[in-house]
Design a protein around this ligand. Structure first.
Ligand SMILES: [Zn+2]
Length: 627
């Protein structure tokens, strides 16, 4: 899963003693047909034939969705449920407590339950909340259209799936197509695990790009869909960068845990803003002009590298609490600062090493991350680990007071922690080793088809100690388990750089402000404000906070003049070095009030600056591993 900035293990199978024996389920496959021809109005129609024995049966709808790390299975979107056996309707009943379970009695003589159901997809875009389809393209996450026997391990349930596409649409997926025929496609039998792990995108405007890889590596391809044909135009330098990305991951990890890999890439302003990782593909969606617009290109530069890195960190190596045997078992997110945090670190690093962003852009993005976390007032009450453990409650919330509540900080604070870990490894080994060596040891191993190797905190510490001896347990427990007043910036400083603020815009933040239509005064007055003048968030402890301002209030005027970003910047500049307050006229739910802010330090935008006399280790870190 990509941060909104802007297969299973033996041990788990043993713990969960209620699982239906594998042999009992593999005898017969579940047949699933999904009619996607209504995708433009965001409803998918599915038919399932589920082998069943006479008597009481319970079917379940996937609840805990991998990559979402939370009970986000779109149960409210499941509609039109009809069940029958041997041609006769069955009466189903939802469980009183578990909204994802359906009880049904199968009569003597019947051997399967035939189910028809619809998935409303206007609010189901791989966990991001937007629609899954537009007039021109669709994203099919199979978990939205399946039921399976309660208690079954997803590895043990076999599906034979097929789809009917809107006429003329083409598709991409990591699933092997057994019988493609015009708009009907049947796929080779797979486990439920593989099915849910293999989404399908399709569209009227489609492009397949084979990426070049070493002869001994599996095939990699990009499958792109867009609302406009012109948005599929990939520049030669981007194609070269994505080819290099594949090479860089090979050099970094030393092994690949997939049979072939698909970058499923949607370019749309209607369906978008998500990135969901899988073993053999990633389902990512960016704004429609991302390949064409330099600002969008910068903001989304690490999207595909992030989701690709998850094939190793997250899918292959997975925290034990997230390696569950099926989609009804609760997930435990306490190690998401590794699953997502290390991937955030790797995603941006691989984007830079591949040439999707420059070293200067990397430093500007890192400075923006570091500043934002250093101003998270909530870090004084909430340890980072609690943001990971609370993933169930923290996604898709509004921005109001988010600096005090904290958000999904395990993503980007994870990046700072892993930069620090890298810097310590380099220091301890006198530059002989780095976090790259850890990745090769921890995520490499033997190449082959997808598998899951779970790990615990102790496994992680052990693996780090094999790379460089250090008290990793104490360091990491302190970083994730303790409250603090400042972000962990030690890695950046050890690497020869420091976080500074000046009146020059941060390139990454400026792109974000322009595209997402807001103005950021977080490090000066202490708030960000949307284009419609609504205060998005007010930083606790900031000058704006001290004056009484709060989120959702509307900024009307600055020192008596109608508010615009330029007027406010000018007022901040005029107040610099004086004692005169900045007066803001604000509307708070129909009532107007003027707030006087005492602030005289000018615009403050974050950047990284070299520490003189200190070697530039960050540039070493950013050096590609391949030529
Ligand atoms: Zn992720």
């Amino acid at each position: 899963m990509h941060s909104p900035r802007f297969a299973f293990c033996l041990s788990t199978l043993v713990v969960v003693g209620i699982l239906v024996p594998t042999s009992a389920l593999l005898a017969q496959s579940i047949h699933l047909h999904v009619d996607l021809t209504d995708a433009p109005r965001n409803i998918y129609h599915a038919k399932l034939s589920i082998p069943a024995k006479p008597g009481a049966n319970t079917l379940v709808f996937p609840k805990w969705i991998p990559g979402n790390h939370r009970p986000s299975g779109p149960i409210a979107a499941l509609t039109g449920i009809h069940m029958e056996a041997a041609g006769k309707p069955l009466v189903w009943r939802r469980d009183d407590v578990d909204m994802y379970a359906f009880h049904v009695d199968v009569p003597e003589g019947a051997s399967s339950i035939d189910v028809s159901l619809d998935a409303i997809t206007s609010n189901d875009s791989a966990g991001a909340g937007g629609p899954a389809a537009s007039s021109n393209l669709l994203d099919l996450n199979w978990n939205a259209v399946v039921l399976y026997p309660q208690g079954a391990a997803s590895d043990a349930v076999e599906f034979i799936a097929s789809v009917k596409l809107p006429p003329g649409w083409r598709f991409g997926t990591a699933l092997a197509a057994a019988h493609p025929a015009d708009d009907e496609v049947e796929f080779a039998p797979v486990s439920l695990t593989t099915l849910v792990d293999s989404p399908l995108i399709a569209g009227k405007h489609f492009r397949r790009i084979e990426l070049t890889t070493a002869t001994d590596a599996p095939a990699h391809e990009m499958d792109l869909v867009a609302d406009n044909e012109a948005d599929l135009e990939m520049k030669p330098e981007d194609l070269a960068a994505y080819n290099k990305l594949v090479a860089e991951t090979g050099a970094l990890f030393g092994a690949r845990h997939y049979r072939q890999y698909h970058f499923l890439y949607t370019l749309s302003d209607q369906v978008g803003g998500h990135g969901l990782e899988h073993h053999e593909s990633n389902d990512s969606a960016a704004a429609e002009r991302t390949l064409l617009d330099p600002d969008l290109h910068l903001l989304y530069a690490d999207l595909l590298p992030h989701e690709f890195a998850h094939s190793w960190n997250g899918k292959y190596r997975r925290p034990a609490g997230l390696a569950t045997p099926n989609y009804q078992e609760p997930m435990i997110g306490d190690l998401l600062w590794v699953y997502e945090g290390l991937t955030d670190y790797l995603g941006r690093l691989l984007a830079e090493r591949s040439g999707l962003m420059s070293a200067e852009q990397y430093r500007e993005a890192l400075a923006a991350t570091a500043a934002s976390l250093d101003h998270r007032s909530g870090r004084t009450w909430r340890p980072l680990e609690d943001t990971a453990r609370s993933v169930q409650t923290l996604r898709l919330l509004g921005p109001q007071w988010s600096n005090w509540r904290r958000s999904l900080d395990y993503y980007n604070e994870g990046e700072l922690i892993w930069i620090e870990v890298d810097s310590i490894i380099r220091e301890q080994t006198h530059g002989q080793r780095s976090l790259d060596d850890f990745c090769r040891r921890f995520h490499g191993g033997q190449s082959g088809p997808p598998k899951v190797v779970p790990y615990t905190f102790d496994d992680l510490v052990r693996a780090l100690n094999e790379v460089a001896a250090y008290d990793w347990a104490t360091l990491l427990r302190d970083r994730v388990g303790a409250t603090s007043t400042h972000a962990p910036l030690g890695g950046i400083e050890r690497d020869g750089w420091k976080l500074v603020y000046n009146d020059q815009p941060n390139a990454f933040a400026r792109a974000a402000e322009k595209l997402w239509k807001f103005a950021d005064f977080a490090y000066s007055l202490g708030f960000s404000v949307a284009k419609d003048a609504t205060l998005i968030d007010v930083m606790v402890g900031s000058p704006a906070y001290q004056s009484g301002l709060g989120p959702n209030m509307k900024l009307i005027a600055v020192n008596g003049r109608k508010w615009t970003p330029a007027v406010l910047h000018a007022a901040i500049k005029a107040a610099q070095g004086t004692t005169a307050p900045i007066d803001l006229l604000v509307e708070n739910a129909q009532f107007f009030q003027t707030y006087s802010i005492s602030y005289h330090e000018g615009d403050r935008n974050p950047h990284l600056e070299r520490v003189s006399g200190h070697s530039d280790v960050l540039s070493v870190l950013l050096t590609p591993l391949t030529r």
